[in-house]
Design a protein around this ligand. Sequence first.
Ligand code: GLA
Length: 753
Amino acid sequence: MAIKIDDQHRIFTLHTQNSTYQMKADAQNVLLHTYYGEKTDDSDKALLFYQADRGFSGNPYEIGKRDRTYSMDSLLQEYSCFGTGDYRITSLRVQNNDGSQAAELRYTGYRVQKGKYAIPGLPAVYANEGEAKTLVIRLADPYSCMEVELYYGILDEMDVITRAVKITNQGTKDIILKKAASMNLDWEYGDFEWLSFYGRHSMEMNFQREGIHHGIQAIGSVRGTSSHQYNPFIILCEKGADEIMGSCYGFSFVYSGEFLIEAERDQIDRTRLICGIHPDNFSWTLHGGDTLWLPEVIMTHSGSGLGKVSRNIHKVIREHICRGEWKDKQRPVLINNWEATYFNFTGEKLIAIAKEAKKLGIELFVMDDGWFGKREDDSSGLGDWFPNEKKLGCTLKELAECIVAEGIQFGIWLEPEGISEDSDLYRRHPDWVVGIPGRKPCLSRGQWILDFSRKDVQDYIIERISELLGGIPVTYVKWDCNRAICDKFSRVLDSGRQGEFSHRYVLGLYRVLEELTEKFPGILFEGCGGGGGRFDAGLLYYIPQIWGSDTTDAIERLSIQYGASFGYPVSVMGTHVSTVPNHQTGRVTPLSTRGCMAMAGTFGYELDISKLTQEEKAEIREQISTFKKHYTLIQHGDYYRISSPLEGTCTVWEIADPSGVETLVSAVYHHVQANPVPVRVKVQGLKDEANYQLFLNENFKEKYPGKRLPYGFASGEVISGASLRQFGFVVPEAVNGFQAWQIYIKECSHSCE
Ligand code: GLA
């Protein structure tokens, strides 16, 4: 039973296969959080709490005269409130009609629902009735008529619990929400660290690990999108936890807008974690009867290290967030013309790339920025989603048909949220731009942003894009968003409701995406925010893959993809092989290394194919067939981080079939040394009792014909699963700078003779 309720003692215990979560409504009707961690029994964990009088931590009136140990400032709570005696970071801050900022939530009841709840207008984990259950706990403020429902979705097989919140004003007087987080989680004890992923344009998802110290630490975004700067995913773990050991919690915020994840270690070393919409640009008025749903948080716990937390999150994103035809369908190997031509192309040039690409086994040609309106550089044309036929030398339909006739699919780049000052759309609708009347909105990449919080703007975009896509044989759309949002203001919101703009923008974006993806179920959408500027579980509900970074340098991608691997599966990571010297860094890496990196993602190319040598073309053919051979394993297998790009000489990762029949080990030397220390890989995910053969993948082997490679095994040798796990093997040495190797390990029957 995933949900156990002890009605007499008002204890709610949620069990997943390997974790337990518990709450209890106490005698004061406060909903306490009593436990989250490794799976245990249903017993009342609140009995083990230790409460003492913490001078200057006050007590609720009804109990304060007789018990000074009972304080909102030290109790472990399920959803904490600002203004009534809890001085820590809190999840809810409201402004009542009399101007006071105070709320107290008391337990009023619960219900259990079949299946997994959904959230109107927002992305959320979905599941069929048999896979999930929902518990809803009702809280209310006895003074203000505000009701707060806490939603818990339990996917026990996945080891996942989701949380969401619904707030309703059941009175007649307005309530203004100033902060309304989606999750509050308290721990009574523990020495925690957290892993967060920070970055910048072209260098997203940098790994950072710090202790949770006294005071408040936070990551977040006030940039309109989830941002390059901080990703809305974190891991909290016990000190010293590593890939295979230790208690670890993963939290993924299913939201593409502004967020705040904050942690506080308090006066008595208790830790509180809060995750939700960023309060800086948020306030929301609830008139009597109004309701607001807050976005979802996915939580998972593992008692066996960081790797398992990542794999739990990967699985739930792959199977219960991503939707549509492309969720499980084999995605095409693509070629994108951006780094090949930038804005400088003609229809003929594009057709030539597509023709050549087809010969190499590439399946989809993507026409990037520059095909529409007046768009010779990034300073004009955004918003005018009409083809520039002069530049293309034909209509868009003719171009697409001509490419499709070559036997390769056609895809297109769009940035529907963007608008240039120099565009017909702006000239027609200057009021559609996000900006504060009387001020000139800040430019970023020379452009502005359309007010997606407005229904008329959403309707226009849905109509224009539908017409465009409906008229051409297109199977792929790259949905870009190339700036952050500031000067936040919507001309259709009252002055008292401008604090709703940021969230309404995201709701508008979700509506547009929902309608377009429903209308065009056969089109594969790829998200992009100038690379990974909007890389989050929320977007993945609409769009099953996101361009990982504008950096295509294989070595920089090692750390970007390493960081991303903590919270996102390989199947959502957009990755391409590009040319050398690399356009962002000037670095030269072997083609095989670039291929190896790109295979840890959706896989494609982004280079001028006409400049390749015959040998390079042959290698690309080989890469594509290697990728296709291992497609199912790579996209659906279990991901293991073996070594990090931030230390040592070689980054190693492994993708194993969940039943332990095969695994693909990839190794890239990020640091080349003379007289190197051997790089040993202890293989995970295999069966101890089975025998395996190790093979060097063809495109790597070919370069060393007839040579026994400088490593600890010979291709085809038979080794037991137990030996591979306990003792492992040594990765071949680097023969070139930034050398990569792929080693395929497959179970063989009996002795593999
Ligand atoms: C962004 C994307 C690139 C490319 C350009 C086009 O930067 O991340 O891949 O599409 O826009 O302007």
